[in-house]
Design a binder for this molecule. Structure first.
Ligand SMILES: [Zn+2]
Ligand SMILES: [Zn+2]
Length: 351
């Protein structure tokens, strides 16, 4: 089959080439890949040789969906032709945290597209237990974003947005938009997104979300507008930008007993943030960490099927697998792009 293969980290060690088809074990499902998203931090990490999770050789790509091609002899719930999304996470099952069913915190965590062959290929194999049926009204491209949507979904669950609460989301990138759509369809009273890119704000504004443009030269400008609109601040603030200077300032816009969710972070550099402990104590504020998915694929696909989140809104372009490197370069160069989908087996519209 054709695949994107990194023999080691770094572009010089990568090529789109022919590799042997994966062998299907008794409990595994062989999937013909229809759509696989480029994840900027993870896939740039492989390409720059800075990935902290990469184990080589590997086929990257961890956001994918496709059609079942074949199944192992012990597979009971899937058959060739089924439309499926695959959970790329592969916790070990035997460490301390796995034995407590805290799988995302597995001490030996592996993942397709990081340390096991993933989705930038014509075919992939996965254990049946990590495969999920895609509802008929969910496209292959949307289903490919189940993992990313799952990360946002878990964040929204962690935030426990109060009924009629005011929510602020920092950043209107792929995650920021998914978070905004999920917050909008939650108990929230209002949802506001801030970003320095007007085009991205216009996109999410179409979903009935309030938007405010950030002036990167002077954060006081957008804060003034926010304080006019929400003089008492916000119940929940979610940081989907990972800019410590902006996080520190925005933290101060919480209402008493408000929650600040630290969602975005850098894979390559340690970033610190300074918080006012007097403010935290007096206003009973909460600082929450959340970023990875918690294997909620079934719930996430249902949220897509019922229109609570529309991942297609964040898809900017599609490319064939042969043009992967061009797609990745464009992804990293063009700030107006949100999410690029690779189609390893030709155009997947209508499949
Ligand atoms: Zn990712
Ligand atoms: Zn484990």
């Amino acid at each position: 089959m054709k695949a994107l293969l990194y023999k080691k980290g770094g572009r010089a060690n990568a090529s789109i080439c022919q590799v042997p088809d994966p062998i299907v074990a008794e409990n595994q499902v062989l999937v013909r890949l229809m759509a696989c998203g480029i994840c900027t931090p993870a896939d740039s990490g492989h390409d720059k040789g800075t990935s902290m999770l990469g184990e080589y050789p590997v086929v990257p790509g961890h956001e994918f969906a496709g059609i079942v091609e074949a199944v192992g002899s012990e597979v009971k719930h899937f058959k060739p032709g089924d439309r499926v999304a695959v959970d790329n996470g592969a916790p070990c099952g035997t460490c301390y945290f796995c034995q407590r069913a805290a799988f995302p915190f597995c001490e030996n965590y592996k993942a397709l597209g990081q340390s096991i062959d993933g989705g930038f290929a014509e075919l992939v194999v996965s254990p049946e237990t990590h495969v999920y049926r895609v509802p008929e009204n969910v496209s292959m491209k949307a289903a490919a974003l189940s993992e990313l949507t799952g990360c946002a979904f878990h964040c929204i669950e962690r935030c426990e947005i109060p009924y009629s609460g005011d929510v602020l989301i920092i950043g209107s990138g792929a995650s920021g938009m998914l978070l905004a759509m999920l917050a909008k369809s939650s108990e929230a009273g209002t949802v506001t997104v801030i970003d320095s890119n007007q085009g991205k704000l216009d996109k999410i504004a179409a979903k009935g979300v309030n938007t405010v443009l950030v002036d990167r030269e002077d954060y006081a400008n957008h804060e003034k507008i926010l304080m006019e609109q929400y003089p008492h601040g916000f119940d929940v603030i979610i940081d989907a930008a990972g800019d410590p200077a902006l996080s520190e300032r925005t933290f101060e816009l919480l209402k008493p007993q408000g929650k600040f969710a630290n969602y975005s972070f850098s894979n390559t550099e340690k970033k610190d943030i300074t918080l006012n402990i007097s403010l935290i104590a007096r206003k009973e504020l909460n600082y929450i960490g959340t970023t990875f998915q918690h294997h909620d694929f079934e719930k996430v696909l249902r949220a897509m099927s019922t229109g609570k989140v529309e991942p297609e809104l964040i898809i900017s372009r599609t490319y064939p697998l042969e043009d992967y490197f061009e797609a990745l370069d464009e992804n990293n160069r063009n700030e107006d792009l949100i999410k690029i989908i690779i189609e390893p087996n030709g155009c997947c519209d209508g499949k």
